[in-house]
Design a protein around this ligand. Sequence first.
Ligand SMILES: Cc1cc2nc3c(=O)[nH]c(=O)nc-3n(C[C@H](O)[C@H](O)[C@H](O)COP(=O)(O)OP(=O)(O)OC[C@H]3O[C@@H](n4cnc5c(N)ncnc54)[C@H](O)[C@@H]3O)c2cc1C
Length: 540
Amino acid sequence: MAEQYIVGVGAVIASLLGFLFLYCNSLKRFRGLRKLKRAASMEFPKGNSVKKTGNSEGVGTRDIIIVGAGVAGAALAYSLGKDGRRVRVIERDLNAPNRMAGESLIPGGYLKLIELGLEDCVDEIDAQRLLGYTLYKDGKKAHVSFPLEKFQSHVAGRTFHNGRFVQRLRKKVASLHNVSLEQGTVTSLIEENGIVKGVQYKNESDQVLTAYASLTVVCDGCFSNLRRSLCYPKVDIPSYFVGFILTNCNLPTKNYGAIILAHPSPIVFSPISSTEIRCMVNVPSEKVPSVSNGEMACYLKTQVAPQVLPELYDSFISAIEKKGNIRIAPNKIMAAAPHLTPGALLIGDALNMRHAITGGGMTVALADVVILRDLLRPLHDLSDASTISKYLESFYTLRKPMSSTINILANVLQKVFSASSNPAMENLQHTFLGYLRLGGMFSYGASAMLCGLCPSPLSLAFHFFSIAIYGVGRLLLPFPSPKRLWDGAKLLWVASSILLPYIYSEGIRQMFFPLTVPAYYRTPPKKGALLVQSMLKVNL
Ligand SMILES: Cc1cc2nc3c(=O)[nH]c(=O)nc-3n(C[C@H](O)[C@H](O)[C@H](O)COP(=O)(O)OP(=O)(O)OC[C@H]3O[C@@H](n4cnc5c(N)ncnc54)[C@H](O)[C@@H]3O)c2cc1C
C-alpha cells in the first residue's frame, strides 16, 4: 500500500515536471524540423536507387505499385485491392520465407489484422495463442499478462512460423482479381522531374521490365536497398538475436512466453507451433562469436545454458548440437526519418525499425497499413503526385501513437534487460520487475502498452515517471541516508539517459503535441474527393 502511495504521488509530480521539460525541448526540435523540411522540399535526392527510365520493356500502368510482399506489403496490397484499387505487387521471392523474424504477433497487431479483414491468416498454421510473458531473474519471476478481459475470447497474441503467416497473407492477395502478385526484384525507382513514376525490376527470367503507377509504396523490409532516396536512414545495431528451435519440451506456463533476464543479455522463449519453441538469445554487438567455426555453440553451452530454466535445459543443449539449427539476425534500430517524395512512400521495416525484444515490428507495420488505407480511401485520383504527397505527410504524425510507443518501449527494454557492470542499471532491472509485480493500474498499464493495446506516448511518459519514482522510493525506504539519496539520483540519471534520446529521435512534437503539427490537419485534395463524390452519384 505504502509503495503504491509513493508511486501515485510521485508520478503526478514527476509527470508535471516531465511535460514541462518535453515542451521546452519540442520548441527546439520544431525549429530543427522546419529546417529539415525546407531542405527536403528543395531537391530530389540522387541516390543509387532512383534512375530515369532506361532500356527496358514496359508492363503497363496501375494505380499503385507495392514493392515487397512481406507482412506490410501483402497486408497493404490486400486492403487497397479490397478498396477497388488496381495494384501491382512485385516480390523478390514468392516461396515461403524461412526466417526467424516476425514469429510473435502481439494482441494489438491481431486487432489490426481484424481491421484489415486478415484475421483468418493466423488460422490453419498451427499458430499458438499468446496471453503474456513470464519474466525470470535470479530465481524470482513476474507474470505479465496481456489485459484482454474487455475483448472477445479470440483476441490474444499469436505465435507462429513467419513463413506460414506470410504465405497466408499472400494467398489472400492473390485471391483479388484487381491485384497482380508477381515474382521479381525491384532494382530502382523511376524518377522524372523529382516525381517517382514507377519501378524498374527483373523478373524470374532475368528480363528487365518497367512498371508505372501513380503511387509506389516501398515495403522491402529491414535490408531495403530502395529506402536511401526516400528517407534519411540512420541504422543502429545494438545486438544480434541468435535463434534456434527447441523440441520435446514445454514452457512452464501454457500460452505464456518466457523471458530470462540473464547475463549479459536476455533470452526469449516463445512457442511457434504445438511442438516447437523458438529460443532467441540476445548477444550484444561487441562480442558476437562466430557461428561457422563453432564458437557460438560453445558460447551458448558454457555461458547461456547454465542460466536456462531447468525444464528446458536438455532440449536447449540438443538444439545447439543439431547441425545448422543456429541462426543469427541483427537487431536493427532505425527511427522514421522520411524524405517527402512525390509518387512514393515507405512503410514497414524499410521506414522504421526497433529492437525485436518485444515483438512489435509486425504490429507497427500493420497499424501503418490501416492508417495509409484510411488516408487513401477518399481519393479516387492519385495522379497529382505532389498534392497527394503533401496530403500523405499526415501519415507520419498519425502513426506516432502506435509506432513511437512500441519503438521506445522495445529500445528501452533491451537496454534495461541487458545487464551491465553499472549497479544503477541492475537497480533499474529490479525496479522494473517490482513495478510489474505491483499489480493494478501499474502492471496493467505497462503490459497494455507492451502488447500494443494502449498505444499512447502520454501513457508511456506516465509509466516511465511512475517507475522512476517507485525505484527511488524503494531505495530510500525505510529512511533516506546520503548513500541512498545518491543511489536514487544515479537511478534517475541512468533511466533518463536511456529514455530521453529515444524520445528525441521519435520527435517530441509529433509524439506529445501532434495538434501543433500542420500536416496533422491535411484533408484530402479537392480534385480526388470530387471525383469520389461524382463516382458515388453515378453508382447511386
Ligand atoms: C530477429 C528478429 C526477430 C523479430 N521478431 C519479431 C516478432 O516476434 N514479432 C514482430 O512483430 N516483429 C518481429 N520482428 C520484426 C518483423 O520481422 C518486421 O517488423 C516485419 O517483418 C516487417 O515487415 P515488412 O513487410 O516491412 O518486411 P518483411 O516482412 O521483411 O518483408 C519485406 C519483403 O520485401 C521483399 N523484398 C526485399 N527487397 C525486394 C526487392 N528489391 N524487390 C522485391 N521484393 C523485395 C522481401 O523478399 C520480403 O518478402 C523481428 C525482427 C528481427 C530482426
